[in-house]
Design a protein around this ligand. Structure first.
Ligand code: ATP
Ligand code: LTN
Length: 335
């Protein structure tokens, strides 16, 4: 019998700014793959978002294709999910303009990522950086997404996307589905290995602070061995133990063990043993990703062809929503 039940729509994107970290992987990419089994999923490389930091053009071009390969390497199946590159579907930029007119200056000014990034890049506070959440709202609303898997740092952007959708729906009639964030419990915020009070970030200048998902096993082992911990020397989850809490969360995400089991596995053992075990679990988790990536990068034609097919499938959905939104705001259609 044909299954006519509609599955929830899931959408998420990642910027091609550099190779994802273990934080991006456990906070976002791993959930993307899990969700692709029981939902209708769309995943994109957010290349338009990356323009806000003025990347060097030839470097950006290479990074967009690399990020596309990474999405397939983590296990997203382009036959099962729609995997595409944002700028290949011009509807994103077009809807973003319409949504700009339904976004208040005040609400956009409150975004903490805008405030943080303006402080960090005081020499380049461009309008794109300010408008970033509106383009992100367009990404989500075009596909009528029900759920958006993201790390905890993106929660505020999801809230503004909902607010924009709600305002538009109230003023112009029901047009957009209100999206919900999906934030995994454990990997939501993987912390820096060198300063566990800060999130692990791919733009951290200290290479020891973050694990790249393409790091080789010996590099991963070295980075975990030099991870900052505390002086208690007891593997337990607790206050003032940010470093160990972070390692326990990483270990739990990779092995599926809960904190109680981890505490009993390492009872009476020192941090040295624990760090080696965490590193080994991460090495095994990331090994297939690195191997798949190396293979995929050998066939650029396949990657380009698959990205073009993904964009075609995405565009069919996106243009339906865009046409509806254009009509609702009063734009004149020629057909
Ligand atoms: P940057 O650090 O350069 O600002 P980023 O590492 O935050 O970038 P993004 O492309 O902005 O990378 O994020 C991709 C996805 O990874 C988002 O869903 C984001 O919430 C998630 N993410 C980023 N950092 C972490 C982290 N440390 N822990 C968990 N999830 C994370
Ligand atoms: N802003 C996000 C990337 C992003 C995104 C999206 C995530 C762009 N568009 C749509 C979810 C849905 C980031 O920096 N992580």
């Amino acid at each position: 019998m044909e299954n006519t039940e509609k599955r929830p729509v899931v959408l998420s994107c990642i910027q091609p700014t550099s190779i994802p970290t273990l934080g991006n992987y456990l906070g976002a990419l791993k959930n993307w793959k899990e969700m692709s089994r029981s939902n209708d999923c769309l995943y994109a490389v957010a290349d338009l978002h990356a323009l806000t930091v003025h990347p060097e053009p030839s470097k950006l071009r290479a990074q967009i294709l690399e990020m596309y390969a990474i999405l397939l390497a983590v296990g997203l199946d382009p036959e099962e999910s729609i995997v595409f590159i944002q700028s290949h579907v011009p509807a994103h930029a077009e809807l973003a303009w319409i949504l700009n007119c339904y976004t208040m200056f005040g609400e956009a000014s409150r975004m903490t990522q805008f405030k943080d990034k303006s402080q960090k890049h005081a020499d380049n506070i461009n309008v794109g950086l300010f408008d970033y959440p509106v383009l992100m709202a367009a990404d989500i609303l075009l596909y009528q997404a029900n759920f958006v898997p993201i790390g905890a740092d993106q929660k505020q952007h999801l809230e503004i996307a909902r607010d924009i959708a709600e305002r538009f729906n109230n003023l112009r009639g029901n047009t957009f589905t209100l999206p919900e964030p999906y934030i995994g419990k454990l990997g939501a915020k993987v912390m820096s290995l060198q300063d566990p009070t800060q999130k692990m970030s791919k733009s951290d200048p200290n290479p020891k602070a973050s694990i790249s998902i393409l790091d080789t096993p010996d590099v991963i082992m070295k980075k975990f061995k030099s991870a900052v911990t505390d002086s208690e020397a007891v593997v337990r989850y607790g206050e003032g133990k940010d470093g160990i809490n972070n390692l326990m969360a990483i270990y739990s995400c990779c092995t599926g063990l809960d904190f109680e089991k981890i505490e009993s596995e390492f009872a009476g053992k020192g941090y040295g043993d624990f760090k080696v075990k965490v590193a080994e679990a991460v090495i095994e988790e990331l090994r297939p990703v690195r191997e798949n990536f190396d293979n995929l990068m050998k066939d650029k034609d396949y990657l380009l062809r698959t990205a073009a097919e993904g964009a075609d499938k995405a565009a069919r959905i996106a243009y339906r929503t865009l046409a509806k939104a254009k009509k609702k705001v009063g734009l004149l259609s020629v057909n």
